[in-house]
Design a binder for this molecule. Structure first.
Ligand code: GAR
Length: 192
């Protein structure tokens, strides 16, 4: 912890609907050690920003050019006393200077069993379509540290589920999302 409060302040980075962010905010709303202190999006119209606002969690949109501006970005993290960063559907590469500033303190969730179905362009429904197209009988979630390459950091936790012959990318997405909501906040909680 680098801040003066007795809690670990987490910033969440997200680009989309933010069901995981919502789940985290609810899970940690009354928590002795962890606080969701900030939600950041790289999309101005991301639903996640509205969700955070409704739940009185500070939220900020950061435009593309500013993600390459260390002073601008790090000042935001410092202002909110951020100790740890959690990605939930953040569809952009995390800048190297942020990874250096937060070594082993940035975690991502990927909606498949890495190292399969990871890498650039592999996000959201693209992942589920690829899993169905490959006729995999298993998929799941991977929670991992973030490094300079998409989906390559050390894996902290995985959980799997069966893909049935009737599954479509949409039904698989729902099953994976349920698994994410069940495990992701608990795995992060377990790190502190
Ligand atoms: C989640 O399924 C997450 O695993 C995935 O985006 C979704 C965001 O959902 N992330 C990736 O694909 C990263 N490569 P949400 O906006 O409802 O939390």
């Amino acid at each position: 912890m680098t801040n003066n409060s007795n809690k670990v302040n987490i910033a969440m980075l997200a680009s989309g609907t933010g069901s995981n962010v919502l789940n985290f905010i609810n899970y940690f709303r009354i928590h002795s050690r962890i606080k969701i202190a900030l939600v950041i999006s790289n999309k101005p119209d991301a639903q996640v920003l509205k969700k955070a606002e409704m739940l009185n969690v500070p939220s900020v949109y950061i435009e593309k050019a500013k993600w390459n501006d260390p002073k601008y970005l790090l000042d935001i993290f410092k202002k909110h006393n951020i100790d740890f960063i959690v990605l939930a559907g953040f569809l952009s590469l995390v800048p190297a200077f942020l990874i250096q500033e937060y070594p082993n303190k940035i975690v991502n969730i990927h909606p498949a069993l890495l190292p399969k179905f990871g890498g650039k362009g592999m996000y959201g429904m693209n992942v589920h379509k690829a899993v169905i197209d490959s006729k995999e009988d298993k998929s799941g979630i991977s929670i991992h540290y973030v490094n300079e390459e998409y989906d390559k950091g050390r894996i902290i936790f995985q959980a799997s589920l069966f893909v049935s012959a009737n599954d479509t990318p949409e039904t698989l997405a729902k099953k994976v999302q349920k698994l994410e909501h069940e495990h992701y906040p608990r795995v992060i909680e377990g790190l502190f």
